[in-house]
Design a protein around this ligand. Structure first.
Ligand code: ZN
Length: 272
C-alpha cells in the first residue's frame, strides 16, 4: 500500500468510525422518538389537534397553555401575581414534582431526562416532592400536552399524554411554561419579527396569536426557540399563519430542544 492510499484508507476508517459513533448517539437520543423529523411545535400541534378535555381538566389556550378560568385569557397571570419559583439560600431554584403512575418506566425516563436537563444549564433543580412542599408540579398523562404558565400555588398539573407528548423537547417546552415562559410568537415585540396572517388562521383560534406584555429581559426574538410555533400553526388553508420579517423565507419554529436563547433567558429570569 502506497503512503497515499494508506492515508486514504485511514481517513476512510476514521470517517466510518465517526459516522458510526454519530449514528449510535443519534439512535440513543432518538430512541424515545419515532417522529424525530418533527419539531416540538409540530409534535405539540399533532398531539393536541383532536384533543377533547375532560370536565376536570383546565381550559387551554395557545394550544397547550392551561388557564384557571376564561378571564385569564388576555392577561399573563405571572406579571400580576409573581409566579416565579422561589430561590433557596444555596442559590438554586428547587421545583418539586411528582410523576403519577400513568407512565411506563421508559416513558418516565424521558420525563426525568427532560427534568434533569435543566440542572446542566441553569440553577433550576426539579426534585421529587417532599411532604413539606406547598407548591409542586403533578406530571400526569391527561388529554394532550399542556401546562400552566408559572407557579400557580399548590398542586399544578403538567400534562404529558403518553401518546404524543413524550419527547425531550416537548417535556422541556411544557416545563418552560411552568417556569413562567410564554410562546415566542406572543412576545410584546413580535411584530418586528413575525407577521401574523390572521386570514389563514382557523376560526376560533385567533387567540393563539394575541400579544402578551411579556418580560423580554433584553433577550432577542428567537426563531429557534423551543417556544416558537411553526409557520403553519393553526392554519385553516395550508397557507402560513406567520411569516418572518424581513425575509419571509427564513425558516423558524423548527426547534427540537431548548435553544441557547431559551437557556440564557431562563438564567436571566431566575438570576442563576
Ligand atoms: Zn406551549
Amino acid at each position: 500500500m502506497s503512503r497515499m492510499s494508506a492515508f486514504r484508507f485511514s481517513a476512510l476508517a476514521l470517517l466510518l468510525l465517526s459516522a458510526y459513533c454519530w449514528a449510535d448517539s443519534e439512535v440513543e437520543s432518538s430512541a424515545e422518538n419515532d417522529s424525530q423529523d418533527l419539531s416540538v411545535s409540530e409534535l405539540l400541534e399533532r398531539a393536541n389537534r383532536h384533543r377533547i378535555g375532560s370536565d376536570d381538566e383546565p381550559i387551554l389556550t395557545e394550544g397547550d397553555i392551561a388557564l384557571g378560568s376564561e378571564a385569564e385569557r388576555n392577561a399573563d397571570p405571572c406579571t400580576s401575581q409573581g409566579c416565579k419559583w422561589g430561590k433557596a439560600s444555596d442559590g438554586k431554584v428547587y421545583v418539586p414534582y411528582y410523576i403519577t403512575n400513568h407512565f411506563s418506566s421508559r416513558e418516565k425516563a424521558i420525563i426525568v431526562r427532560g427534568l434533569e436537563s435543566f440542572s446542566s444549564f441553569s440553577c433550576i433543580r426539579f426534585r421529587p416532592t417532599q411532604s413539606s412542599d406547598r407548591d409542586w408540579l403533578s406530571i400526569e398523562s391527561q388529554n394532550g400536552c399542556y401546562s400552566f404558565v408559572g407557579r400557580r400555588g399548590g398542586k399544578q398539573v403538567v400534562s404529558l399524554a403518553r401518546s404524543g407528548c413524550l419527547y425531550h423537547g416537548t417535556v422541556q417546552h411544557e416545563l418552560l411554561h411552568a417556569l413562567g415562559f410564554n410562546h415566542e410568537q406572543t412576545r410584546s415585540d413580535r411584530d418586528n419579527h413575525i407577521q401574523v396572517l390572521l386570514q389563514n388562521v382557523q376560526s376560533g383560534m385567533e387567540h393563539n396569536f394575541r400579544k402578551i406584555a411579556t418580560l423580554n429581559q433584553g433577550s432577542p426574538y428567537d426563531y429557534n426557540s423551543v417556544m416558537q410555533y411553526h409557520k403553519y400553526a393553526f392554519s385553516k388553508n395550508n397557507q402560513p399563519t406567520m411569516l418572518p420579517i424581513p425575509n419571509p423565507n427564513v425558516s423558524f419554529g423548527n426547534a427540537k430542544e431548548m435553544s441557547r436563547n431559551d437557556i440564557a433567558r431562563l438564567n436571566t429570569l431566575y438570576k442563576c
